[in-house]
Ligand binder design. Sequence first.
Ligand SMILES: [Zn+2]
Length: 64
Amino acid sequence: MTDNAKCPDCGNTEIGRGKLSGYAVLEPINKIFSTGSDILVDVCTNCGTIIKMKVKQPEKFKVR
Ligand SMILES: [Zn+2]
């Protein structure tokens, strides 16, 4: 994935990907039976700016 990944701060294009999990997992508010979703984070490998955060399983947050 080397589409539009570019650091807005320093212009570096070497973007690393991390994952927030464990205590940092994001859980849907309205669902009782849910394990939440890991959060994927794109990080600039030069200056450390977090460029993008997204949940791994966005379908868990749909309201039905
Ligand atoms: Zn940067």
